[in-house]
Ligand binder design. Sequence first.
Ligand code: ADP
Ligand code: MG
Length: 246
Amino acid sequence: MNLQQPIIIAQDIQKWYGKFHVLKGVSLTVNRGEVVVIMGPSGSGKSTFIRTFNALEEYQQGKIEIDGITLTDDLRNIEAIRREVGMVFQQFNLFPHFNVLQNITLSPIWVRKWSKVKAEKVAMQLLERVGIVEQAQKYPGQLSGGQQQRVAIARALAMQPKIMLFDEPTSSLDPEMVREVLDTIRTLAADGITMVVVTHEVGFAREVADRVIFMDGGLIVEEATPFNFFQNPKEERTRKFLSQIL
Ligand code: ADP
Ligand code: MG
């Protein structure tokens, strides 16, 4: 793991929804193998910002470079970037009419052009890794929220991304399932995958993050090591936010 090597470079990203200036010049560099946690009040632009990294959101100004590829609006370029960046959402977004194995193998078969045999072999290894290999034949509706989210993680990993983006991956889970999902994400960090995680889970941020970024009003207001962020926040807005979640 080389912490000096940037894999995500977002420079001065600005975005408007109509007249609403949602990202007001946000810059972030993430190094290879680094785990960055993004926190901030609802509506501060966290989701919008990380969704620019894999072209799920357009932006009007600024520049994004992922693993040396500069994002343009050329479809082939976007596809190349999406192959490098896996994403896990708050609402799992599994295909309800496909079973677990089919959910995971769909993209590797269609996008990576893997054989069904190879895709299923890799999928089973990933299900092992996220701890739900016995659920392979079930449908999403037959699984708990925590299990569904682990399928979603396995599905993203099946594309062998270099970067994983998590957008509040535990926010729609019942409390007893939060830990199993956070533990799964923690093991990925230990494996050295670069991760950007939007979460308000303070314990996770303290233990797993290399850096915590605090966003408010479409700007990065503060960034620090987890220790400094939680023990010694510099900005008033950060302190106010922390007083609400700690
Ligand atoms: P966060 O993830 O920090 O809660 P978001 O990035 O989802 O914030 O949203 C930032 C702001 O942009 C919010 O005020 C939200 O209402 C607004 N917003 C998000 N998506 C859209 C959209 N498609 N059209 C207009 N406004 C939007
Ligand atoms: Mg959000």
